[in-house]
Design a protein around this ligand. Structure first.
Ligand code: WTA
Length: 652
């Protein structure tokens, strides 16, 4: 690192927030941002304690921060119930009849759930969990489509102190099994399917398949929501229907207090080595982080209609569909299906229909909309929008400009929010109403976040010099550990620069102090905003009987950001064929999920290795990016391998 960036210098197009927006905003100017930022960095504990006090605590904390790097305790001694903060707090006052969730299913069915109703639904489901013997600290795996019950199940777990472990509905049975085993889950909440692109995606068979091989703990119950009427098998004595369970219980449930550091959830995410890591988040700090970032970055207000298009299976869905917006008492839209069902006008139609004011989506979706054509958004009235957000990967300036013009009508600020599963909440983002934005930069750190870019020696980089993004001070919503593996937690995040959090992203700052995120420095891919480990895809490939060895790298892709390129050597007796390539792609899809299917698979007689036998992924990456290899290859064991591969890649 630390060499000068080859990326073009900062484009100097600066979009200042409009006077109308700033006049009403919580932070109305850059001077106000700078003042509060300085205060929050000088005294982070004071800043965070002020935010945390806006939540409901059943017992006040005795100490704001206990930091024994890399282990943090926030609001120690304090007790709260996260679910009470997201639901009860609003269900008995002025927001009782306010819509909490305006849900639309893909086929067009709709439901509006008020805070008063949400409270009853969540209480019922908390009672169902308890009736089935699920207790505080038990892990509950949730594998659901995007329906309100997914949020209700998460909130009910939080209410009783059970730890949810949501698995994205696009993952396959093998991924469910890994997550069940690593977390030792004792219950599963799922559905008979969900709608996606006009078809029913069956979820239950993948759960059945995973459970047939699950041994780490005894399953107390599998609760199945009837969503599609799809024909599924119910295992007697183990499985029960959601709608039958809830009729047997009361809609009242007392939210008991839990320690601020009580585990709230585990969410698995890809790392550079081995199996996905269970990122653990706890209660008081996580809620404070998601609450405060929603308030300042989305400028959330009672009259807003907010819509985040993520899935609850990802961290964005946890923090910015469930916990953050509900802690703020917001009204939000939730959508079950695909953005192009029946066509690419679906999102814009929904924005017009529900009068959405704040819209949060991913650059990969924006690029798909650009490709589909401007006539789709032009066909709808998007004048209700006042703020736009982006998350998941760097937003390229072309996508930023299109989003700004065609969706935001040139008037809406765009918050490009940088964060990670591990950070729990947004750490770098414009503050709308304050921050002048240049397309492509996530701009400045949020309050209390001491972000910096360091070179290999640990020195802070100069303007426009590439380095590693680190966070120097602890923050409340930071992950507390990798579930069951403190040593891996310390090694992964706190060993590059002892005591400092290393994000794994490369970045640089321009002369105005804006952070430009370049991308992952490790073997983690970002495909359409989804994190995938090359190691996971490689081990799925070698699990196929035809494959002897595999190496996976990312290559740039206009639509997805990155595409998956795989190089495989075949076992003797197997021949390269079109049929085999299709089979290998489907095999990865079956083991991990469709999002992990390699875009390109190259069969090769050998992989480039160092003399000590390590696969040189750097060369493969260069090959798929530039079509040839120019760098230093003196450590290569067999040069012929590269010549053969170059031919193959060129032919594609
Ligand atoms: C990338 C998603 C640039 C980054 C919330 C990070 C981004 C990884 C941005 C985390 C952004 C996320 N600009 N890159 N605004 N947001 N990333 O855990 O590489 O799924 O490390 O969390 O996504 O992905 P994760």
């Amino acid at each position: 690192m630390s060499k000068s960036s080859k990326v073009k210098p900062t484009p100097e197009v600066i979009h200042k927030p409009s006077k109308e927006f700033s006049a009403k905003a919580r932070i109305p100017s850059m001077a106000a941002y700078k003042k509060l930022y300085k205060e929050s960095i000088d005294k982070p504990e004071k800043f965070w304690a002020k935010e945390a006090k806006e939540l409901t605590w059943q017992k006040p904390w005795s100490k704001v921060l206990d930091w024994k790097a890399p282990f943090a305790k926030w609001f120690d001694g304090g007790k709260l119930n996260v679910c009470e903060n997201c639901v009860d707090r609003h269900a008995f006052g002025a927001r009782k009849n306010k819509a909490a969730i305006i849900w639309e299913g893909e086929p067009g069915d709709r439901r509006v759930i008020t805070y008063g109703q949400l409270h009853k639904e969540v209480c019922r489901f908390a009672n169902v969990l308890e009736k089935n013997g699920i207790k505080k600290n038990d892990r509950v795996l949730i594998y659901m489509p995007m329906v309100p019950e997914a949020a209700i199940a998460m909130l009910a777990c939080a209410r009783i102190g059970a730890v949810h472990n949501v698995v994205f509905g696009g993952f396959a049975s093998e991924a469910i099994l890994d997550r069940l085993e690593d977390s030792g889950s004792v219950a599963v909440i799922t559905a008979d399917g969900g709608w996606r692109r006009g078809k029913v995606i069956p979820l239950k068979p993948a759960v059945d398949e995973a459970l047939s091989r699950y041994t780490a703990a005894k399953i107390k119950r599998v609760i199945v929501l009837k969503r599609t009427g799809n024909d599924i098998k119910m295992v007697s004595g183990r499985d029960s229907w959601w709608h039958e369970e809830v009729t047997e219980v009361s809609n009242k449930h007392v939210a008991k207090p839990f320690d601020s550091e009580h585990p709230l959830f585990v969410l698995y995410t890809s790392g550079s080595t081995g199996k996905p890591k269970g990122i653990l988040h706890t209660s008081g700090g996580y809620l404070t982080g998601t609450y405060a970032t929603c308030k300042y970055i989305f400028d959330m207000r009672d009259e807003d209609v907010y819509w985040c298009t993520a899935d609850v299976g990802w961290i964005t869905g946890h923090s910015y569909i469930v916990y953050g917006p509900l802690a703020n008492g917001a009204t939000q839209v939730m959508y079950e299906g695909a953005p192009n069902e029946p066509d690419f006008g679906r999102f814009w139609k929904m924005i017009e229909e529900y009068g959405v004011t704040i819209f949060y989506t991913a650059p990969t979706a924006i690029r798909a909309f650009i490709k589909a054509g401007d006539h789709f958004p032009a066909g709808y009235d998007l004048s209700s929008l006042r703020l736009l957000g982006s998350v998941g990967e760097p937003i390229n300036p072309e996508a930023w400009n299109w989003y700004h013009k065609h969706i935001g009508g040139g008037r809406c600020p765009i918050v490009d929010t940088w964060w990670q599963t591990e950070t729990g909440a947004i750490l770098i983002s414009p503050i709308p109403g304050a921050t002048p934005c240049k397309p492509g930069t996530a701009t400045h750190p949020f309050f209390g976040i001491d972000a910096a870019i360091l070179d290999d020696a640990g020195k802070e980089c100069k303007p426009n010099e590439d380095g590693r993004l680190v966070i120097r001070k602890p923050w409340p919503s930071m992950t507390r550990t990798i579930y069951g593996d403190k040593a891996r937690f310390k090694k992964t995040y706190f060993s590059d620069y002892p005591g400092l959090y290393t994000a794994g992203d490369g970045a640089r700052r321009d002369k105005d102090g804006n952070f430009w995120i370049i991308g992952r420095l490790d073997d983690v891919l970002n495909v359409s905003g989804h994190r995938l480990g090359t190691a996971e895809i490689e081990s799925a490939l070698v699990a196929h009987p035809a494959v002897a060895e595999a190496a996976v790298v990312g290559r740039p892709d206009d639509m997805k950001g990155q595409a998956v390129a795989a190089f495989v050597t075949l076992k003797s007796g197997f021949q390269e064929s079109e049929h085999l390539i299709i089979e290998l792609r489907n095999h990865v899809g079956k083991l991990i999920g469709a999002i992990a299917k390699p875009d390109d698979i190259y069969c090769t007689p050998g992989l480039p290795k160092t003399r000590s036998g390590k696969i040189m992924r750097r060369l493969l990456k260069e090959l798929v990016t530039k079509g040839e290899i120019s760098g230093n290859i003196t450590t290569l064991e067999d040069y012929n391998v590269i010549t053969a591969l170059q031919e193959k890649v060129k032919k594609k």
